[in-house]
Design a protein around this ligand. Structure first.
Ligand SMILES: C[S@@+](CC[C@H](N)C(=O)[O-])C[C@H]1O[C@@H](n2cnc3c(N)ncnc32)[C@H](O)[C@@H]1O
Ligand code: SF4
Length: 387
């Protein structure tokens, strides 16, 4: 089987935050003094130049500014980066361009600037609308500020908005989780990401877990109840944590889950690229620390590592992503994205079907409800063995 080049996305990492949240293990560093945004844009463009030969001639379908807190960047800096990027790469018509936004960084006039720069989707890190929960999460904003920021963005003309909410929060009851959703719905976002709070290693919460985190059963009840509320409000679930109105799925994240390609630019950013001529899949990541990254961007010294994904590792990587999707995947797409024959994984697909974890309809394979509850077990079937 041949690897064929899938759609290409561009991920841009902005590594600063006003304050580090105690649950967060993203590559984010507390801002000390004013970050050097202009110098960072220079570094991003140099980084992009260095990676360009890997994607020669391909169109970029989506761009995502993630963090960290990309909304710390002034619109002029975002504009300069996007102008520079579009001079180097072809952006496909209708390209989705998302900026992650912390509601505590919204300032009057900013959203107009982001729109003028070409951003057409915002993703707000709301987490909760309960002020007690927000405080326990160490957030820099309260619920009124979050609502005001979202309205400012809508007034500036943004009509494609995601809200990140977390559930199973310290001290959160089922009705509090429901309240969070009701307040989200009142703002009419097009998309909701609903994440269960996880205690990530090497975070303050992992070292000192806060009191009152709902246990597994209570968390499951919250999830089931919230899934139903989201569906009733018109938000169809299409991935473990992602819900959207019709036609408003996040193209960028869908490309990850479909094992598409992405360039990763910025401190600690990860990329995955299919190299057609070599019939290889390359993973490349950049140095995590902003100062080290900026000192070396545009040279090989900014690269934290390069790894070629061996064929026998591809089924696991593919399933880790594709089985998050409610619609699953097509075997033909598995073949195109991994370069492997569907027959190579047929016994494992059959075993998962017998266990009631997957169901198959011709070329289509999708997780059952049981399979979605035990994603880790299903995915581990595809671990490691020679394909
Ligand atoms: C990079 S942050 C989003 C933007 C911005 N940094 C902010 O927090 O407002 C991505 C999202 O991941 C989620 N998240 C981060 N850490 C998490 C954790 N430990 N458990 C569950 N969700 C988490 C949060 O909902 C967060 O908004
Ligand atoms: S603002 Fe977002 S990226 Fe920054 S520390 Fe908090 S959750 Fe992490």
């Amino acid at each position: 089987m041949m690897l064929t080049t899938p759609p290409l996305s561009l991920y841009v990492h902005i590594p600063w935050c006003v304050r580090k949240c105690p649950y967060c293990d993203f590559n984010s560093h507390e801002r000390r003094g004013a970050p050097l945004f202009e110098a960072y844009v220079d570094a991003l463009l140099a980084d992009l130049d260095h990676d360009l030969p890997l994607v020669w001639g391909r169109n970029v379908r989506t761009v995502f500014f993630g963090g960290g807190t990309p909304s710390l960047m002034p619109p002029e800096a975002i504009d300069r980066f996007l102008q520079g990027a579009s001079a180097r790469l072809r952006f496909a018509p209708g390209c989705e361009i998302t900026l992650e936004t912390n509601p505590g960084t919204a300032e009057h006039g900013r959203f107009e600037g982001y729109r003028a720069a070409g951003i057409n989707r915002l993703s707000f890190g709301v987490q909760s609308f309960d002020d007690g929960c927000l405080q326990r999460l160490g957030r820099i904003h309260d619920s009124a500020e979050a609502e005001a920021a979202i309205k400012l963005a809508q007034d500036a003309g943004f009509d494609n908005i995601n809200l990140d909410l977390m559930y199973a929060l310290p001290g959160q009851s089922l009705s509090m989780a429901e309240q969070d959703l009701q307040r989200a719905f009142a703002l009419r976002p097009t998309h909701v990401s609903h994440y269960q709070l996880t205690l990530e290693p090497n975070t303050v919460f992992a070292a000192r877990p806060p009191a009152g985190i709902p246990d597994d059963d209570a968390s499951w009840d919250i999830q089931e109840h919230c899934q139903a509320l989201l569906a009733d409000a018109g938000y169809a679930q299409y991935e473990v944590s992602a819900y959207s109105q019709a036609g408003r799925r996040c193209d960028h994240n869908l490309n990850y889950w479909r094992y598409g390609d992405y360039l990763g630019i910025g401190a600690g950013a990860h990329g995955k690229l299919t190299l057609g001529s070599e019939q290889a899949i390359l993973r490349r990541w950049k140095h995590k620390h902003p100062a080290t990254y900026m000192a070396h961007a545009g040279t090989a010294a900014a690269i934290g590592g390069d790894e070629r994904v061996a064929p026998e590792k591809r089924p696991f990587e593919y399933m880790l992503n594709a089985l998050r999707l409610v619609d699953g995947f097509a075997l033909a797409e598995f073949a195109a994205r991994t370069g492997l024959a569907p027959a190579d994984i047929a016994p494992r697909i059959d075993a998962a079907c017998s266990a009631g974890w997957l169901e198959r309809d011709g070329d289509l394979v999708r997780p059952t409800e049981l399979g979605r509850r035990f994603t880790n077990d299903v995915v581990s079937l595809f671990l490691d063995e020679a394909a």
